[in-house]
Design a protein around this ligand. Structure first.
Ligand SMILES: O=C(O)C(=O)C[C@]1(C(=O)O)C=C[C@@H](O)C=C1
Length: 282
């Protein structure tokens, strides 16, 4: 069975799949929900989708879809370096500074704000489902004065010219991708890219409980469980109601994490385990 990814060909997500599953067949999907749905239906072995970028933060669509629509377990994570380039059809290469439209994934546009504000000031910014969808669109519309923000793979795949390299605003640009599957079997740590293990939980606080978040955090703190991320997302049940997504820098053991979860549940919180899985660096 195949590994599904946010496509079309030559997205950063495909680069993540190539690093983690070099010899497995791949299947592109147009959107993150399509890809996660295919994994939930068992059409593919696993889905790889973006979760968080170092410059722009979480990919809310992925988080929300996993929490509210398709609660599939996370079985692995890979962090991939991200280099954004400006791509145009070869016809526009000599006068690329005159492009009037820039197409890309919203996260990629956000990673290049300073470049767009200074070098392509006034050009409209058009969000697409992925960076390679933008590159494909630009290659299919040579008459448009348009550019795409995407990677080198996309330039090669769609016959575009890179006119400016590394246009992301800050050097440290990485994206975390997660692997989700309906079979809750974490990937093997037996890989040269393996860097450690993590556990992700989603906590819903009880209403009107002063200090609840403080108590949740202290359940981890006194057990010396290191947290690498805490993020709130709307519970979508009313203003002021949030989920907290918490990454613990440890594998699920038999004592510490179950103990912390039991303590948090005793406060009246709901806890959902999203997965305990190895992470890798490409
Ligand atoms: O559009 C792509 O190429 C993707 O793989 C998606 C995505 C994202 O959602 O953050 C992945 C990496 C980059 O941060 C920009 C876009």
């Amino acid at each position: 069975m195949k590994i599904g990814y946010l496509g079309p060909k030559a997205t950063f997500t495909e680069a993540a799949v190539a690093a983690l599953f070099p010899s497995e067949p791949r299947e592109p999907y147009n959107t993150i929900p399509d890809c996660i749905d295919a994994a939930a239906a068992g059409e593919i072995k696993a889905a790889v989708v973006p979760l968080e970028n170092a410059l722009e933060g979480s990919v809310n669509l992925t988080l929300d879809y996993l929490i509210h629509e398709q609660p599939l377990p996370i079985i692995g994570e890979i962090v991939v370096p991200i280099e954004q380039h400006l791509l145009v059809h070869p016809y526009h290469a000599p006068h690329w500074r005159e492009v009037k439209e820039v197409y890309s994934h919203a996260h990629a546009i956000a990673q290049c704000r300073k470049f767009l504000h200074t070098v392509l000031k006034g050009a409209s910014q058009v969000p697409m489902t992925s960076t390679s969808a933008a590159a494909k669109f630009v290659s299919e519309h040579p008459h448009l004065p348009a550019a795409a923000i995407a990677n080198r793979l996309a330039a090669n795949e769609y016959g575009l010219v890179i006119v400016q390299e590394n246009i992301h605003d800050y050097d440290y640009n990485h994206t975390r991708f997660i692997v989700v599957s309906r079979r809750n079997e974490p990937l093997s740590p037996n890989s040269p890219l393996y860097a450690g293990d993590k556990t992700t939980v989603v906590v819903m606080l009880p209403q009107d409980h002063p200090g609840a978040l403080h108590q949740v955090l202290s359940a981890f703190a006194w057990r010396r469980l290191n947290l690498t991320k805490i993020e709130s997302r709307p519970a979508k049940t009313g203003l002021g109601n949030y989920f907290f997504i918490i990454d613990i820098d440890a594998p699920l053991d038999e004592v510490l994490i179950p103990g912390a979860i039991a303590e948090i549940e005793a406060l009246g919180c709901t806890v959902q385990l999203l997965g305990s899985y190895p992470y890798y660096f490409a």
